[in-house]
Design a binder for this molecule. Sequence first.
Ligand SMILES: Cc1ncc(COP(=O)(O)O)c(C=O)c1O
Length: 383
Amino acid sequence: MINRVNDRVKDLEVPGIRVFSNEVAQYGDGVNLTIGEPDFPTPDRVKQAGIEAIQNNLTGYSHNAGLLELREKVSLFFEEKYKILYDPVTEIVITTGASEGIDSILRTILNEGDEVIMPAPIYSGYEPIVHLSGANVVYLDTMKTELVPCPEALAALITEKTKAIILNYPSNPTGMTLTKEQMDGIVNVLEKHDIFIISDEIYSENSFNEEHVSFASYPQIRHKLFLIHGLSKSHAMTGWRLGFVLGPQDLMDHVLKVHLYNSICAALPSQYAGIEALTHSRNTPLAMNTAYLERRDYVYERLTSMGLSVIKPTGAFYIFPSIEITGLTSWEFATKLLASEHVAVVPGSAFTIYGEGFIRISYANSMETLVEGMNRIERFISG
Ligand SMILES: Cc1ncc(COP(=O)(O)O)c(C=O)c1O
């Protein structure tokens, strides 16, 4: 029967990101620097809200768009923190993690043959979904512009076929954030074209240099922008599977249909936990950021002192050093490092070919783990 499986699904590959984390698990002394989730537990109050929901039999379906109370909290959070207004009744859908939001939006807007622009290197979760819809990805190379999309290069990629652009700042895998000026340049280009803007700002709460600015705060593009968000990273809730999609009502009506056919609704106990996270636990990310900053500085110092060239990241919890001096491809580097030092990192090529020559290290790890990981990487490089 295998030949009867959907051809596009057959063409999908298991993400490179997982390969090394699966393999490092087999070593008793393995150091896993691939992890893309906070190493902190979900805050106690948030856990308690989920537990109480279960105990009170709040375990059924909710409204397809999610509990109105949660949508109101989401709306208030974005209004108070980022000065952006979305109507909780018509413009917000609670999804099963940001991942389902990405899937529901892309399936809402894409037709076969459409093109989706993505600055690269970029998170590996978008391209497969674009391909499942029969659409194509067009990469905007950021490697020569210090990992920041160049507005002129973006304008040159836009054609009749362009349906959307996906932006992800703070970025996985590079840890880059954009300045307001850089965002202005991108918005100036995008406002002139009828293309959707999907802004995945799931790492907004992990912005280190300056306060995060959302693409949703530009009124001139609001009518064609989807904002993807969630609590996975900000509140260490990856396993609760809770995400949000915000967008203009006319578009969200359609997203809601796709969402309700694939999920009905997000898990109800998680939604109650989400209400707590956005009510009394808004400051949770601050404590984590203090730890991330210390770790980022440590890892940055160590990598530069090993002679690796690296841009100091300003958000998320990833760092993306060049391994060019080793003469290895990123896959070879990660494979050899794993075999000889039992350290797992993600090859840059897992984030498109534009990431070749780089590796992604996650510093969502304890200092102890990072010290050990850096010692071993140093030994590997000097060997
Ligand atoms: C940029 C980005 N978007 C979305 C996701 C998925 O988030 P969720 O776990 O909420 O589905 C990830 C996970 O690593 C991510 O890095």
